[in-house]
Ligand binder design. Sequence first.
Ligand code: ADP
Ligand code: ADP
Length: 228
Amino acid sequence: MIEMKNVVKKYPNSVVAVKGLNIQIKQGEFVYIVGPSGAGKSTFIKMMYREEKATSGEIKVNGTDLTTLKDREIPFLRRNMGVVFQDFKLLPRKNVYENIAFALEVIEKDPEEIKKRVMDVLKLVGLTKKVKMFPDELSGGEQQRVAIARSIVNSPKVVIADEPTGNLDPETSWEIMRLFDEINARGTTIIMATHNKDIVNTMRKRVIAIENGQIVRDERGGDYGYEF
Ligand code: ADP
Ligand code: ADP
């Protein structure tokens, strides 16, 4: 469960990116965040995993109050959250296996358990054959699959994705979206900022539209609603 009350984010340059957001997202929901460039979608998303701190207001994620969370406690928050980015953010000098195991090694000490969990998520994303490859040997779609595997290897309650298909062709974007849908079907909350009109209009999930730092629309089974 994610809850925001009157959340405001003012950057040091005085830009007010988010102007009083109120939102509740229940465990297991699939939510698209849409809206024009510069509307505040990334800022909204970054506050959920404490990449950015709210200037005022209240943010709770699975019972943790992010407004009072100490910086040194952030790793504990992130263990229950996976994050997926437009540019994948894989570690270039680690292979597929290591990129995923890396997220577990800080927590799980038993090497056999690590191996089992890495191979399980690799199977889910369909990449067991590429386990020893390096990111630059993979296609964009495959790299995003690795990033998704990494995001779920800790069995988080929530996966947050900021334009995860922004660098991918339409067919690959669909494959990635089906993967998110499958992860959601297993009970994981998915929150995704996207400009992919075709996908949003086909999937018919909850759609939250943000414009100028404010929520202007929040619909179940909603559509994309913009021409771009
Ligand atoms: P979106 O993801 O919808 O494109 P952003 O959250 O990235 O929107 O940006 C919202 C507003 O905040 C924009 O005016 C942007 O220029 C500004 N902004 C974003 N990040 C920063 C930052 N680190 N410092 C200052 N201003 C920022
Ligand atoms: P760095 O500071 O070099 O980015 P980190 O240890 O912070 O290294 O993160 C390792 C990798 O995992 C980076 O590519 C980073 O972008 C990514 N990452 C950071 N936080 C998360 C998260 N909560 N979920 C998934 N990946 C993350």
